[in-house]
Design a protein around this ligand. Sequence first.
Ligand SMILES: *[C@@H]1O[C@H](CO)[C@@H](O)[C@H](O)[C@H]1NC(C)=O
Ligand SMILES: *[C@@H]1O[C@H](CO)[C@@H](O)[C@H](O)[C@H]1NC(C)=O
Ligand SMILES: *[C@@H]1O[C@H](CO)[C@@H](O)[C@H](O)[C@H]1NC(C)=O
Ligand SMILES: *[C@@H]1O[C@H](CO)[C@@H](O)[C@H](O)[C@H]1NC(C)=O
Ligand SMILES: *[C@@H]1O[C@H](CO)[C@@H](O)[C@H](O)[C@H]1NC(C)=O
Ligand SMILES: *[C@@H]1O[C@H](CO)[C@@H](O)[C@H](O)[C@H]1NC(C)=O
Length: 394
Amino acid sequence: LTGSPAHRRFWTLLLLTLLLLLLVGLLHVDVEMLTPLLGGQTEGLPITNIMFLKTHKTASSTVLNILFRFAEGHNLSVALPAGSRFHLGYPWLFMARYVEGVEQDGPQRHFNIMCNHLRFNLPEVQKVMPNDTLYFSILRNPIFQLESSFTYYRREAPAFRAAPSLDAFLAAPHTYYNQNLSNAYARNHMWFDLGFDPNAPVEESYVRARLAEVEQRFQLVLIAEHFDESMVLLRRRLRWRLDDVVSFKLNSRSQRTVTRLTPEGQERAKRWCALDWHLYQHFNRTFWASVRAELGPRRLRSEVARLRARRRELEALCLQDSAPKNKTQITDRRLQPFQSGEASIVGYNLRQGLDNETLRMCQRMVMPELQYMARLYTLQFPEKPPKNIPFLKA
Ligand SMILES: *[C@@H]1O[C@H](CO)[C@@H](O)[C@H](O)[C@H]1NC(C)=O
Ligand SMILES: *[C@@H]1O[C@H](CO)[C@@H](O)[C@H](O)[C@H]1NC(C)=O
Ligand SMILES: *[C@@H]1O[C@H](CO)[C@@H](O)[C@H](O)[C@H]1NC(C)=O
Ligand SMILES: *[C@@H]1O[C@H](CO)[C@@H](O)[C@H](O)[C@H]1NC(C)=O
Ligand SMILES: *[C@@H]1O[C@H](CO)[C@@H](O)[C@H](O)[C@H]1NC(C)=O
Ligand SMILES: *[C@@H]1O[C@H](CO)[C@@H](O)[C@H](O)[C@H]1NC(C)=O
C-alpha cells in the first residue's frame, strides 16, 4: 500500500512541510517575512486604476513621478490637464471637462490614472475614473507644510506677499489674510485640496464628519514625514514591484531656502491651520494603525531597509553624485525643475556614459513633473499641440 512511488512522494512532502513549519515556529520567524523571498509579490494582479489626490508641498511630486513612470511603463492612460494647462483646474473645484480627451462622441472616456493637482470633487472625478479605482493621498505636518507654502507661493498668495516673514504673518494673520481664492495657499491648504472650506469654524461634529468622508473615499492616506514607510504600504496595497515605488526626492528645496519657525510660531501655525492639524493627527493615527495591522514591526523594518538599499543602488547607478543640484548646476536643461517664489528647487545631474536603456530609466526617475507631464501628453495625444513649458524656452 505504502510502496507506490506516488505515495512515497506524498509522505515525504508532508513530512518536509511539517518540519519546515516546526522550524518556522521554533525560530519565531514571521511567516510574512518569507514572502519577499518568494518574489515579493502580494496576491493578485497589480492595481492599475488609481486616483492620487496631489496635495501641495507634501512630497507629492515624488509620488507623481512614481505614478507617471508606472503609467508609461504599462501603457496606462493618464487623465492629463486639457490644452495648454498644467493642472486640472486648480484652485477651482475639479470638473471632468478639465481633462484632455474626456469630451468625445460616444460613451464617456475613462482613464487609468489621475494624479495632477486638482481640488477634489468626487462626483466629477467619478465621471473620469473607473468605479474600481483606488483612491489615495498624502499629508504632511501642517507646520512644515505651511512653512514650505510660504516660501514657494510667496508671489501667488496676496496674504503671504504682504507679510514680511512667516512669523510676522502668524503673529497677526488677519492683518494680511482675506478669504480670496488666491489665498488658498495660506490657510488649511490640505483641507482645501480635499474640497472642503478652509475657513470653516473648527467644530467637532463638522470636523468629524469631514474626516469620515475622507476615510470612506480614500483607501490610503500616506504621511510625508514617514515617506519610506508610506511607500512600503503603498506598494503592498497596489501589489506593485519594489522598483515601481523606488524614487529620488523631487521638487524639494535646497536647505538654504528652508526656514525654521520659532516654537511660538509653530503653536500659532497649529491654531491658524487647526483644520489641517486635526486632519493630520487623525490620518497619522490611521496610517500607523494600518502599518501595524498589515505589516508588523519586523516586516516593516525589513521592507523599509530593502527600499532604501535599492534607492542607494539606483542613486549610484544613475546620479553624478547623490547631492541634489541647484538650477545653475543642472547641465541638461530638460532636467531643470520649475522654480517658484523664493524657493530654490533642486534636481539632479545624471552620470555620464550610461547605456541607452539605463539612461532612459534614469531620466524618468529624475524628470521634473512639468516635463514628464508634457511628455506623457505628447505620447497620449500626438495629434495635439505639445505642452509649452515657458522656462525651457528662454
Ligand atoms: C498602448 O495603448 C494604446 C491605446 O491606449 C494602444 O494603441 C497601443 O498599441 C499600446 N501600446 C503597447 C505597446 O501596448
Ligand atoms: C462598474 O463599472 C462597470 C463597467 O463600467 C459596470 O459593469 C459595473 O456594474 C460597475 N459596478 C458598480 C458597482 O457600479
Ligand atoms: C482676489 O485676488 C485677486 C488677485 O490678487 C484680485 O484680482 C481680486 O480682485 C481679489 N478678489 C476679491 C474678492 O478680493
Ligand atoms: C505620528 O504618529 C507617530 C506614531 O504613532 C508618532 O510617533 C508621531 O509623533 C506622530 N506625529 C505627530 C506630529 O503627531
Ligand atoms: C548653486 O550652487 C553653487 C555651489 O553650491 C553656488 O555657488 C551657487 O551660488 C548656487 N546658485 C544658486 C542660484 O543657488
Ligand atoms: C543609443 O541612442 C542613440 C541616440 O538615440 C543612438 O544613436 C544609438 O544607436 C543608440 N545605441 C544603441 C546601442 O541602441
